[in-house]
Ligand binder design. Structure first.
Ligand code: ARG
Ligand code: MN
Ligand code: MN
Length: 286
């Protein structure tokens, strides 16, 4: 329902109004795989998510050759496919891939460490090449280097994730860091790294990055998220950087929305990322 809701809220129209040409590629179709038995009995919908991951990785790899793909979810397990597919493309282009993970959660579980069994909790670990997916998820053709990942807005981390993030060397800017330093300097430092290395930048935007007061339509709300102004600032800085090459919009659940306000906000934030601005700015400000 998430993609339909984003379309209904006018995503395509907003992009066209900004001068972009948009091709709606419709739905990715997964090919069902065999039933899979895993020692972690908590895992939910493992064969289905493995099939989605394979189909999305292939779609992301293909589309990223000549367009800026925007992937509409669906829950965040989608990004196991999109990030790994983009990583394969980046590898072929000989460009380092960076990932900005906008989320309340790092989604850095493996199939062995998740206790909820919800596979939207694992995509970043999978796309980073962590072990513990072999034989269940598609074999990774390329991964994103964990040192090139920046997770921003984090405020709910499980114990196993905390350990794995530190071991892997992921940059985590939690809400405390945002409170203390402001969101702009943290993002600016990351964008400067991407630019210095001539990298591609994939942005994975989970609705629960936002404060539930402005974005209620998500199943995993956590209080104390990014404000309306912080979120638009992030999007505007990303636009000004000229570095973003692909985007995920995930976790929107319209059944939980109030008069479409979350869907509308996600469309408006995407518009900011794609060039909508209040006033023209004389110089780049990131
Ligand atoms: N994409 C998300 N909303 N992820 C939430 C994950 C929450 C928790 N860490 C879990 O693994 O169950
Ligand atoms: Mn997430
Ligand atoms: Mn989340």
């Amino acid at each position: 329902m998430g993609p339909s809701s984003l379309r209904t809220a006018g995503l395509v129209e907003a992009l066209v109004e900004l001068g972009h040409s948009v091709a709606d590629m419709g739905q990715v179709v997964p090919v069902p795989g065999p039933a899979l038995e895993h020692p972690n009995k908590a895992l939910k919908a493992l064969p289905a998510i493995a099939a989605w991951t394979a189909a999305l990785a292939e779609a992301a790899y293909q589309i990223s050759a000549d367009a800026m793909p925007i992937f509409l979810g669906g829950d965040h397990s989608m990004s196991a496919g999109t990030v790994s597919g983009i990583a394969r493309r980046a590898g072929e282009l000989g460009k380092p891939l960076f990932v900005l993970w906008l989320d309340a959660h790092p989604d850095f579980h493996t199939l062995d460490t998740t206790t909820s069994g919800n596979l939207h909790g694992v995509p970043l670990a999978y796309a980073s090449g962590l072990s513990g997916f072999q034989g269940y998820f598609p074999k990774l053709q390329a991964n994103v280097s964990p040192e090139r990942i920046c997770a921003l807005g984090i405020r709910s981390v499980d114990p196993a994730e905390r350990v794995a993030l530190a071991e892997a060397g992921v940059t985590v800017h939690d809400m405390r860091a945002i409170d203390e330093h402001g969101i702009a300097p943290l993002l600016r430092a990351f964008l400067e790294r991407v630019a210095a290395e001539g990298g591609m930048l994939h942005v994975s935007f989970d609705v629960d990055f936002l404060d539930p007061a402005i974005a209620p339509a998500v199943g995993t709300t956590v209080p104390g998220g990014a404000t309306f102004r912080e979120a638009h600032l992030v999007m505007e800085m990303l636009h000004d950087s000229g570095l973003v090459t692909s985007l995920d919009l995930v976790e929107l659940n319209p059944f939980l929305d109030e008069r479409g306000r979350t869907a509308t906000l996600m469309v408006d934030l995407t518009a900011s990322l794609m060039g909508r601005r209040i006033m023209d700015r004389p110089t780049r400000s990131y």
